[in-house]
Design a protein around this ligand. Structure first.
Ligand code: PAF
Length: 281
């Protein structure tokens, strides 16, 4: 496994792989790898000849009061995990390499970011779309795999790839969960043991919502009220949003008439967790 920090070297490696007629799968991450990332790497490994993982904690997707400095990092462990997962190259640029002096170009979408996480994290999706564009241009993959836990991010990337004709196949990987249902996330590392137990309330509320829909409940307000009750039973929990929306547009739905995305962002203490489930009537 090669570890590449220089973007010209990464681009040259990809070019050489392409010239050999081989296909490239790409899993972009911010590191601190967990089972969720491993499932994306496994998918990539099965689809293409050459597997690239990027690890870059992208400063432009964090707001001024967010956890950029505290974001968990463990390069040595990540490299070991990547090697075991059959990664061919890890691209690990630094800030200077990605955003040099006088950097001034950003990629922004017009609709999808103005929902869900984008409302409380106004620069987030501009930062994600920008860094993913740059990573795609450097790595030049045939296929890229992103987790469905970040449903809105996946929607933004699919839209961007379509609008800007990237010609890259985007694949969503199912959310990987802890035994109690908590979605795997690098940010789970911030939780105290007590908060870690309480965090299972998100998954519990998603399942309760599905049960209500299966029993014939159509009112989004009733479903969301039950979810709030379950989540707010956790001491110190604060709901950023609990929404039912159209999975394609992310517009709110008031009555369930087809598959509806239930999306949650909840702060447990200082840790903001997200999760989602497409509810099927
Ligand atoms: O999902 C993530 O880890 C990040 O948002 C991504 C896609 C690697 C961009 O920085």
């Amino acid at each position: 496994m090669e570890i590449i920090s220089d973007k010209a070297a990464m681009a040259a490696r990809s070019e050489a792989v392409r010239l050999e007629g081989k296909t490239i799968a790409f899993v972009p991450t911010m590191g601190y790898l967990h089972e969720g990332h491993l499932s994306l790497l496994k998918k990539g490994r099965s689809l293409c000849d050459y597997l690239v993982l990027s690890i870059f904690v992208n400063p432009t997707q964090f707001g001024p009061n967010e956890d950029l400095d505290a974001y968990p990092r463990d390069e040595e462990r990540d490299q070991k995990v990547a090697r075991e997962a059959g990664v061919d190259a890890i691209f690990m640029p630094n800030n200077e390499m990605m955003y040099g002096p006088n950097y001034q170009t950003y990629v922004a979408l017009e609709k999808l970011p103005y929902h869900l996480c984008g409302l409380s994290r106004p620069v987030h999706f501009r930062g994600v779309a920008t860094v993913v564009t740059k990573l795609f241009n450097i790595v030049r993959p045939h296929t890229a795999i992103f987790g469905e836990k970040d449903f809105q991010q996946l929607a933004v990337i699919r839209q961007m790839v379509k609008d800007l004709d990237f010609g890259i196949e985007i694949i969503g990987g199912p959310t990987v969960r802890e035994p109690d249902g908590l979605a795997m996330s690098s940010r789970n590392a911030y939780l105290t043991p007590e908060q870690r137990k309480d965090a299972a309330a998100l998954y519990k509320s998603l399942n309760q919502a599905q049960e209500m829909v299966s029993a014939g409940e159509k009112s989004a307000a009733a479903i969301l009220e039950k979810a709030s009750e379950t989540i707010l039973a956790v001491p110190g929990a604060e709901i950023d949003y609990a929404k039912l929306c159209d999975p394609a547009t992310l517009d709110d739905v008031e009555a369930i008439a087809g598959p509806a995305l239930m999306a949650l962002a909840v702060k447990i203490g200082a840790t903001r967790l997200i999760d989602n489930k497409v509810l099927e009537p």
